[in-house]
Design a protein around this ligand. Structure first.
Ligand SMILES: CC(C)(COP(=O)(O)OP(=O)(O)OC[C@H]1O[C@@H](n2cnc3c(N)ncnc32)[C@H](O)[C@@H]1OP(=O)(O)O)[C@@H](O)C(=O)NCCC(=O)NCCS
Length: 116
């Protein structure tokens, strides 16, 4: 059963600029494995985190690094969640996450589905 969905759209250049302006932001938003990718992929990973927050209804206290976007050898993304996000998900009966990412025309988008 679908318990929640979330979508988020990120302006790649604006996001890159924010990361450049505030060097500590990268570490606050991304797990080590997520850093250093192409700007459009990094922006898509950020969008995925926002989309997860939306699928959960935007509760307070979520930590950005408690959602990790992992890409397999073929480039297919999946989400690994832990701690604050895993707790919020388990309170809502969510057991599986699905994610899809895309980028074009200077924007990155992510959509997630939370399944119970
Ligand atoms: C809920 C949240 C994601 C909305 O972010 P935003 O940048 O204002 O949202 P966007 O501009 O992308 O989208 C706006 C839409 O989000 C939806 N939205 C607003 N609050 C929402 C909520 N609590 N839950 C789900 N969707 C929500 C609305 O449909 C809104 O559209 P509307 O203004 O036309 O009604 C944001 O306030 C938030 O909580 N961010 C997450 C912070 C966080 O927990 N980070 C750690 C994540 S792991």
């Amino acid at each position: 059963m679908i318990i929640g969905i979330g979508v988020d759209l990120v302006d790649i250049a604006r996001f890159e600029e924010a990361l450049r302006r505030t060097p500590a932001l990268g570490a606050r938003l991304f797990a080590e494995s997520e850093r250093g990718g192409r700007p459009e992929s990094l922006a898509a990973s950020f969008a995925a985190k926002e989309a997860v927050a939306k699928a959960l209804g935007g509760p307070p206290g979520l930590s950005w690094t408690d959602v990790e976007v992992i890409r397999d050898a073929a480039g297919c993304p999946r989400l690994e969640i832990r701690d604050t996000v895993a707790d919020a998900a388990s309170q809502r009966g969510i057991r599986r996450w699905h994610v899809s990412l895309s980028h074009d025309a200077g924007m990155s988008i992510a959509m997630v589905v939370a399944e119970g």
